[in-house]
Design a binder for this molecule. Structure first.
Ligand code: SIN
Length: 199
């Protein structure tokens, strides 16, 4: 079952009249910027944690066999590191289509983390795409080991689910950020691959 969020996102008018808006990416939006942007800066948002708990029927899985991709789960005190992009409003048509399997635009404070940020408190109000637990594509919690097994057997129009995990892990390392959930799944995937190679 899919959960097409395009129509709901198109009604989001909070930034109407703005010439540009900051978008925070924490999953594929970190490593795959297939849209025009004015600036790109390492950033974070507070009180959310990244989890492979969202189903993907259109990118890394199929309607019958959804893959697993990341969403954000509320976690007071947590910091989620990612990438912020300054975009013009026209770009939302592309993003709403790309993120249509359950993700809704949510306004959030975004803190910049690069050298240009004069101090840790430099932040702006921007947007993030979040797939909340009540969306139809949500799969939910599982152990990192079970998530790795799920990812290992999934693929969709955008390619193998494992590519999504590997690109994200690589991008987080490039940002110099730890994410125990992501790196633990990556470790299990490597183990599964070497076990498969031996059989
Ligand atoms: C994001 O990257 O910010 C949203 C989830 C995804 O598209 O992978």
């Amino acid at each position: 079952m899919t959960a097409d969020t395009i129509a709901i996102n198109q009604k989001m008018d909070q930034f109407d009249g703005h010439h540009s808006v900051w978008l925070f990416g924490y999953g594929s939006l970190i490593y795959k910027a297939d849209f025009p942007y004015l600036q790109r800066r390492p950033a974070s948002i507070a009180n959310w944690t990244r989890r492979f708990w969202q189903g993907s029927h259109d990118h890394r899985g199929t309607p019958d066999a959804p893959g697993r991709v990341v969403t954000l789960i509320e976690a007071p005190g947590a910091i989620c590191h990612g990438m912020a992009y300054l975009i013009t409003p026209e770009v939302f048509a592309h993003l709403d289509h790309r993120e249509k399997d359950g993700y809704l635009r949510l306004a959030t404070p975004i803190s910049f983390e690069d050298e240009e940020a004069n101090n840790a408190s430099e932040s702006v109000l921007g947007l993030v795409y979040i797939a909340t637990p009540d969306n139809l594509a949500f799969i939910g919690e599982a152990s990192e080991r079970d998530i790795a097994e799920h990812i290992a057997r999934s693929a969709g129009p955008s390619g193998p689910n494992s590519d999504y995990l590997n690109h994200l892990a690589h991008a987080l390392r490039e940002l110099g950020r730890d994410d125990p959930h992501v790196f633990e799944i990556e470790r299990h995937l490597v183990e599964l691959a070497s076990r498969m190679a031996r059989t």
